[in-house]
Design a protein around this ligand. Structure first.
Ligand code: DGL
Length: 265
């Protein structure tokens, strides 16, 4: 069991920002990363679809062989985390926007959260706000189209710049001092987001916290170690197209010029 990989999935390549943190903190684990590219973006899809798809993927990953599962997607977590935990007999790490650390960090009592439409409309996100952000003002900004534009056109594209202009300007004007990046795609455009904001505004993503949580869970279940830092990338889309996007996002200097498999859950 210890020799099995940790399975990680996202709608696409946003979860690679989480995989980066996982590999950094857990160099003696192997990872199987699945990008559900055929159904990208998750952010505009109905909750029932995301729940069924999330369970299907989790069950298929468990059958393939995994010692733990990371849902490297805030949208899939919001819709499907509970159903996935009920469906598979594996330690599961899910992720949600960093509302709690953002509220704790804010000096001025005003924070913003960027996430997909489906995430911000979910009951799970509403609960998160009620539990951890009652004492601060929260500007919630859904960013429809942003994850898809990052993958299709690249972080420095005119399409992304237009969307950031639209979504970030109200945040810049509102005087927040912390912005939670509540979608795993958004760290790919953190520099561009920062350029739209006054200097000193902090951007928070939860990749490192997810890696710490996975590490705790693996140790507690005595499943840690046993790998060599191997990564397998798989997609439900077209591997050659995903290859181009991975290289654009991750760069050739990552030491990870990985073959990409087609995989159907
Ligand atoms: N990366 C995903 C998230 O963390 C979803 C992006 C999308 O497919 O809309 O929410």
């Amino acid at each position: 069991m210890n020799n099995l990989p940790v399975a990680v999935f996202d709608s696409g390549l946003g979860g690679l920002t989480v995989l980066r943190a996982l590999r950094g903190q857990l160099p003696h684990e192997d990872f199987f990363y699945f990008a559900d590219t055929r159904y990208l973006p998750y952010g505009d899809r109905p909750e029932a679809f995301l729940k069924a798809r999330g369970v299907l993927i989790a069950e298929a990953l468990a059958r393939r062989g995994a010692k733990a599962l990371v849902i490297a997607c805030n949208t899939a977590t919001a819709a499907a985390a509970e159903a996935i935990r009920a469906a598979v007999d594996l330690p599961v790490v899910a992720m949600e926007p960093g509302v709690k650390p953002a509220a704790a960090l804010s000096q001025c009592g005003k924070i913003a959260v960027l996430a997909t439409t489906r995430t911000v409309e979910s009951p799970r996100f509403q609960r998160l706000l009620e539990q951890h952000a009652r004492h601060v003002d929260v500007l919630v900004q859904a960013c429809p189209g942003l994850a898809e534009a990052i993958e299709s056109h690249g972080p420095e594209s005119a399409e992304v710049a237009d969307l950031l202009q639209r979504f970030i300007t109200p945040i810049a004007d509102a005087g927040v001092d912390v912005v939670a990046l509540g979608c795993t795609h958004y760290p790919w455009v953190a520099e561009a987001i920062a350029r739209h904001l006054p200097s000193g505004v902090q951007l928070l993503d939860t990749g490192e916290a997810v890696a710490r949580q996975l590490s705790r869970l693996l140790v507690a279940s005595q499943l840690h170690g046993g790998g060599e830092g191997q990564v397998t990338l798989a997609t439900s889309g077209a591997p050659h197209a995903v290859r181009v996007t991975v290289d654009r996002l991750w760069g050739h200097d990552s030491g990870l010029h990985l073959p990409i498999e087609y995989w159907e859950p």
